[in-house]
Design a protein around this ligand. Structure first.
Ligand code: SAH
Length: 214
């Protein structure tokens, strides 16, 4: 059986680069973060498969291509402070931690947040801060954020997230119905906010005050 490192290199080549993600920093981050270490033991063999993977509490870690595409659309720079809504396993937060200065990530389930924090710590990430709470309200203590990424499906873009985006800030978020959404990129320039839509996607629901009900 191929080593995890080899599987990761294949994942980047066949699932990500060939589908059009070309940003070198993003590809390098996808090559270096050990995705399998963010999964429970029984799910590790699926870590590099071309699909989402279950992480417990009815939640999933997104398909590798979707993580890469969202990260590329986010256009993260090394001096940025980012907010990651829906920590889940902590994998997306680790990818961001490779690419920017400081990452805040917020998760509504204590259990997932704790496990993610432990994994991030064990892998030596010192620039990621895991918080527990309702991410539809953003995370005011460290706002504004240069970049915001949302890993769960929103019925509409939560107002608090737009407010906590810095001037020239950018957000990537799946928006739509409960079972199908489109990936949207929101860009703020002073008082002007505009957005574009990327591909159709399916995410687990963003549950909270400005999201879906339980
Ligand atoms: N990015 C994650 C996967 C996200 S799955 C990873 O890399 O593994 C979506 C996550 O969003 C789930 O863990 C879910 O519990 C969480 N979530 C849903 N609604 C939320 C909310 N309002 N605030 C914070 N987290 C939320």
């Amino acid at each position: 059986m191929a080593s995890f490192q080899t599987e990761r290199e294949r994942m980047v080549e066949f699932q990500i680069a060939r589908r059009g993600v070309r940003n070198d920093r993003v590809l390098e981050a996808m090559r270096s973060v050990p995705r399998h270490l963010f999964l429970p033991d029984e799910a590790r063999s699926y870590a590099y498969a071309d699909c989402p993977v279950r992480i417990g509490n009815g939640q999933t870690m997104s398909q590798p291509y979707i993580v890469a595409l969202m990260t590329e659309l986010l256009a993260v720079e090394s001096h940025h402070k980012a907010l990651d809504v829906g920590t889940g396993s902590g994998y997306q937060a680790a990818i961001l931690a490779e690419l920017c200065q400081e990452v805040h990530t917020i998760e509504r389930y204590h259990g997932l947040a704790e496990r993610a924090q432990k994994n991030l710590e064990e892998l030596g990430y010192r620039n990621v801060y895991v918080h527990v709470g309702d991410g539809t309200q953003g995370y005011p203590p460290f706002a504004p954020y240069d970049r915001i990424i949302v890993g769960a499906a929103a019925p509409s873009v939560p107002e608090a997230l737009l407010e906590q985006l810095s001037d020239e800030g950018r957000m990537v978020i799946p928006v739509g119905s409960r079972f199908s959404q489109s990936l949207e990129v929101w860009i703020k320039k002073g008082k002007d906010i505009h957005h574009t839509s990327s591909i159709p996607v399916v995410f687990v629901p963003l549950v909270g005050k400005d999201g879906w009900n339980e």
